[in-house]
Design a protein around this ligand. Structure first.
Ligand SMILES: *[C@@H]1O[C@H](CO)[C@@H](O)[C@H](O)[C@H]1NC(C)=O
Ligand SMILES: *[C@@H]1O[C@H](CO)[C@@H](O)[C@H](O)[C@H]1NC(C)=O
Ligand SMILES: *[C@@H]1O[C@H](CO)[C@@H](O)[C@H](O)[C@H]1NC(C)=O
Length: 263
């Protein structure tokens, strides 16, 4: 007759088996961590990256680790934007110098017929509004900026991960100030640009491809290829070298014209 209870020995075997299974399960969980950041990094690394060009172990766009949550990220960005010393510099010593340089960039974009006096323009991550002021200076009067910290009247409050505008609002969107690399979710950053641009509208980004950006950055870009892949509804018009306050590359996209439904 079989023993009424499992023998001591088979009991031991069973506990080893369940211990083994739990460890296996834990290892599985660890390797498939559902931390959003990790998922994000994995998604980006598997999808946007031509390893041949990166020269850094595989990724040409990397989300920096270390942000435990979206709030932690926002706090870090605010830490820079609210820094009184920096704000003082931005609004005094920096003001004229930057506006002169930005105005030259806008003149050049006008000469290339990428922006017009009548364009409705948005500066993304505008800080204290130097770019908006430059835009108005060259004659594009319907210009505004967004930033986490508003700076009226040129800059209104807005997160570039969730722009406070309706679809197809702008003819022209741009960031010249070390902004793309502050995006924690680059595809949201780009998705929002494509959402609020009109069809045929133009987006100009100044980015750092050749050198590393600052310690407030949330991602690092190693080539323009990840950008091209993120701008799904746009065509790449131009890539050129610039010397723009630490940023070295100008990338121009145009949102595709609306498809004409022929059915
Ligand atoms: C910014 O961070 C520094 C240390 O990294 C801290 O001392 C300071 O209080 C922070 N400032 C703000 C506005 O959060
Ligand atoms: C655009 O505005 C600028 C500055 O106000 C002005 O000098 C220029 O003539 C305008 N261009 C056109 C084509 O109207
Ligand atoms: C705005 O654009 C988004 C993304 O392109 C789309 O999902 C949404 O339905 C649009 N909203 C309206 C009101 O058209």
């Amino acid at each position: 007759t079989p023993p009424p209870f499992p023998s001591y020995r088979s009991f031991l075997n069973l506990s080893f088996l369940s211990l083994f299974l739990s460890l296996f399960f834990l290892a599985f969980l660890a390797s498939h961590s559902y931390s959003p950041l990790l998922r994000l990094r994995t998604a980006l690394q598997t999808h946007t990256i031509p390893p041949s060009r990166a020269g850094n172990g595989g990724a040409s766009l990397r989300i920096r680790p270390g942000y435990s949550s979206y709030n932690a990220y926002i706090e870090r960005q605010l830490n820079k934007t609210l820094n009184p010393k920096l704000r003082k510099i931005w609004t005094t010593r920096d003001w004229d110098r930057k506006i002169r340089v930005f105005a030259r960039f806008f003149q050049s974009l006008k000469q290339r017929n990428l922006i017009f006096n009548y364009s409705k323009a948005l500066s993304i991550g505008a800080r204290v509004g130097q770019e908006v002021a430059a835009m108005k200076l060259v004659g594009v009067s319907d210009s505004v900026g967004i930033d986490l910290v508003p700076c009226p009247p040129l800059v209104m409050k807005g997160d570039f991960h969730a722009q406070p505008f309706e679809n197809q609002t702008f003819d022209f969107e741009f960031e010249f100030s070390n902004v793309f690399d502050h995006a924690l979710y680059p595809w949201k950053f780009v998705g929002e640009i494509e959402r609020t641009l009109k069809h045929g509208g133009v987006c100009v980004l100044h980015v750092a491809v050749l050198r590393r950006a600052d310690k407030y950055s949330a991602n690092d870009l190693y080539s323009v290829q990840p950008l091209v892949e993120l701008f799904k509804e746009s065509e790449l018009l131009e890539v050129s070298k610039v010397d723009a306050f630490g940023l070295d590359t100008e990338v121009v996209f145009r949102k595709k014209k609306k498809k004409i439904e022929n059915s």
